[in-house]
Design a protein around this ligand. Structure first.
Ligand code: TXA
Ligand code: MG
Length: 340
């Protein structure tokens, strides 16, 4: 299959082009598109056969449920059996935006979207291309991140081409995504509300709107959200995350780097700007200032992918602060560093 690439300027949306992509969605085809977080691989969420193709293209197991993307809050009532007041409050506060709400599903939503669960994940993305596409397709769009299963999520159209070129009908190229990590997934069917995946909306921001939020334990999380344990955000290289502070962190990274270099391996370091000059003669890629976590989040996946493209065998990453977007970054780095 030849994958068509459709370039669309996000600042000046060409509706004729959006309609071409929307026609593909209506026909049950796969269209990758930008959102504010990462690129998604979209299909008509109400077309079961089309949804099945997502799992095939991504080589993703069927036990990993998908997010339904909507452009109008009214759709929430079509897709969900109940919308508790707190869900509406959160939707009003953060949509469109990088927040996914898990709610009891309605009859309309097929089990293939939800991996057989009685809940459905819904979000309204804050991206004009994504919103126009959903509106023109006149259907909710089910979309996981547009990467091969287990790989880091794509933040550019080129990343999508690298993983899914030749396997899907179309990719809308709308440039680099803004947030760079996926949406925060929030289970609002439980009390207190639970964060199943840290993401683009920080826990600090959530707490400005709701009193109590619980962050679920890794294992519980995996159980309630089957996809989360086996999604590894893995680069091909072996990733080592060093979570020490200050000088101890730098020293540990130097020690590890020397060890692997002595074994003849190609070693790279992902460092904050503040530390970039502390690793003489070892290749460093800068994620951003350690104090600018939004910028670090936006760069994270692209840097991991670029290490792979350049044939690095070992990536040693500095751990970052865990407040604000740092929590989402660290969750992903820990998974990427976990033994496979
Ligand atoms: O930012 C994002 O969320 C991106 C863009 C494209 O919107 N999408 C994304 O989708 O990251 P995906 O499929 O890669 O991750 C969705 C996560 C998975 O970990 C899945 O397990 C969880 O959401 N999820 C989906 N439905 C769920 C449900 N009913 N209950 C619990 N977790 C669910
Ligand atoms: Mg994903």
């Amino acid at each position: 299959m030849k994958t068509k690439i459709l370039e669309i300027n996000p600042k000046k949306i060409d509706l004729a082009k959006i309609r071409i992509a929307a026609e593909e969605i209506k026909k049950g085809k796969l269209v990758a598109f930008p959102t504010e977080t990462v690129y998604g691989l979209g299909v008509d969420a109400l077309n079961k056969k089309a949804v099945a193709k997502i799992f095939q293209a991504k080589e993703r197991p069927f036990n990993d449920p998908l997010i339904a993307h909507i452009a109008d809050i009214k759709e929430l009532y079509r897709l969900c059996k109940q919308v508790p007041p707190v869900a509406l409050k959160l939707a009003k506060a953060f949509w469109p935006g990088p927040l996914t709400l898990v709610l009891k599903k309605s009859e309309l939503v097929s089990g293939i979207v939800t991996a057989g669960l009685d809940t459905v994940a819904v979000r309204m993305p804050a991206d004009n291309i994504a919103l126009s596409l959903i509106r023109e397709a006149k259907t909710p769009i089910a979309a996981p991140s547009a990467n091969l299963f287990g790989k880091t999520s794509p933040t550019t159209a080129q990343h999508v081409v690298d993983d899914l070129g030749g396997k899907i009908e179309m990719i809308i190229d709308g440039g680099k995504t803004k947030v760079g990590v996926e949406s925060t997934v929030l289970d609002v069917t439980v009390d207190p509300i639970r964060v199943l995946r840290a993401g683009g909306i920080s826990v600090e921001k959530l707490k400005e709107v709701i009193n109590q939020v619980k962050i679920s334990k890794e294992l519980e999380e995996g159980f309630r959200s089957p996809g989360m344990l086996n999604s590894h955000y893995s680069p091909q290289a072996k990733l080592i995350l060093v979570e020490k502070k200050g000088d101890a962190q730098v020293e540990e990274i130097r020690r590890l780097a020397s060890k692997y270099i002595a074994q003849g391996l190609k070693v790279g370091i992902m460092a904050t700007e503040e530390n970039q000059n502390k690793y003489d003669r070892i290749e460093v890629k800068v994620i951003g200032k350690g104090t600018e976590l939004e910028i670090c989040a936006a760069n994270l996946f692209a840097i991991l992918r670029s290490f792979d493209k350049e044939g690095f065998e070992i990536i040693i990453a500095e751990g970052l602060k865990e407040h604000d977007l740092g929590l989402a970054i660290m969750e992903r780095l820990r998974k990427a560093a976990a033994p496979k």
